[in-house]
Design a protein around this ligand. Structure first.
Ligand code: FES
Length: 113
């Protein structure tokens, strides 16, 4: 598989993100969260939509990220808010693994928030 355009940003080696784990990623001043679940790799805006807590400090449970501050939950595949107190969905971003590295697609004009 190839990277079809220049909007793909290299995150790092896929082997460094264990299954059921999450890591932060910064690009152009934006914060992102990269997830590895049993379904693959996913990416979202890095801050919780409730009170802007870093989701990379949360816990991955299946395809769900649980925010560390108030335990709100999102589906990392879709960004859908699943449980109170979160009610605003997360923005998600395409991810692929190419030559052993994780890439997230962030167009220059898009911000994480
Ligand atoms: Fe994430 Fe409140 S800051 S649930």
């Amino acid at each position: 598989m190839s990277l079809p355009d220049s909007d793909w940003r290299r995150v790092g080696p896929a082997v460094e993100l264990a299954e059921e784990d999450v890591m932060p990623f910064e690009f152009n001043g934006g914060e992102y969260a990269i997830y590895h679940t049993t379904d693959g790799f996913f990416a979202s805006a890095g801050m919780c939509t409730h009170e802007s807590e870093p989701l990379a400090d949360g816990i991955v449970i299946g395809n769900v990220i649980e925010c560390p501050l108030h335990q709100g939950r999102f589906d990392v595949r879709t960004g859908k808010a699943l449980s109170a107190p979160v009610c605003v969905d997360l923005k998600t971003f395409p991810v692929q693994v190419h030559a052993g590295d994780i890439y997230i697609r962030i167009p220059d004009i898009v911000s994480a928030s």
